[in-house]
Design a protein around this ligand. Structure first.
Ligand code: IMP
Ligand code: MG
Length: 181
């Protein structure tokens, strides 16, 4: 936990050390995949606000390529722990995606509804390539046939918080990923 920030109902699932190591591996994998030329292919990391912000920050620093950032926001679960199934775009990307190597960066792939919506939307903008990086994957919960190209950890069907992930906007600043019981 984060020092004086004492929250007894949380159990650590993934430590900050495990996360740092895995994120570095994902960055190296992305670098290898796009480094066709000496300078590498430029990429744009599109983070899904707000949950993916911390993951994107760490991932970006372990990628040795010319990378820019953009952000998108969709309606979230609010105070509920489960999806309403309805997705609303709250903020679009700021720049054109046409002809670019886009990596959609998300905190967690759960039912797959959010990423299916975003992937289809961005694919319609004619990027040169479109990949998905998800830190966490709750595969057993999937309702849409979607998978991420880069996955940090597959986790069981538990509600997790920390490292960007929230419950009613709280706990995003925990360094470890914890199960909220
Ligand atoms: P999906 O559309 O069901 O795949 O949900 C993806 C979104 O749901 C993520 O971006 C998260 O915001 C949220 N979410 C799903 N599972 C969890 C969880 O265990 N903790 C926190 N947020 C979650
Ligand atoms: Mg999210």
């Amino acid at each position: 936990m984060n020092g004086a920030f004492h929250v007894p109902e949380l159990t650590v699932l993934l430590t900050r050390e495990q996360i740092a190591q895995r994120v570095a591996e994902l960055g190296a994998e992305i670098t290898r995949d796009f480094i066709a030329e000496p300078d590498g292919e430029p990429i744009v990391l599109v983070g899904v606000l707000k949950g993916a912000a911390i993951f994107l920050g760490d991932l970006a620093r372990s990628i040795s390529l010319d990378a820019t950032f953009d952000f998108i926001a969709v309606s979230s679960y609010g105070k509920q722990k489960q999806s309403s199934g309805e997705i609303k775009l709250l903020k679009d990307v700021d720049h054109t995606m046409e002809g670019r190597n886009v990596i959609l960066v998300e905190d967690i792939l759960d039912t797959g509804l959010t990423l299916t919506y975003l992937r289809n939307m961005l694919a319609g903008r004619h990027p040169r390539s479109l990949k998905i990086a998800a830190l966490l994957d709750k595969r057993s919960r999937r309702q849409q046939p979607i998978h991420a190209d880069y996955v940090g950890f597959e986790i069981p069907d538990e509600f997790v918080v920390g490292y960007g992930l929230d419950y009613a906007e709280r706990y995003r600043n925990l360094s470890d990923i914890c199960v909220l019981s």
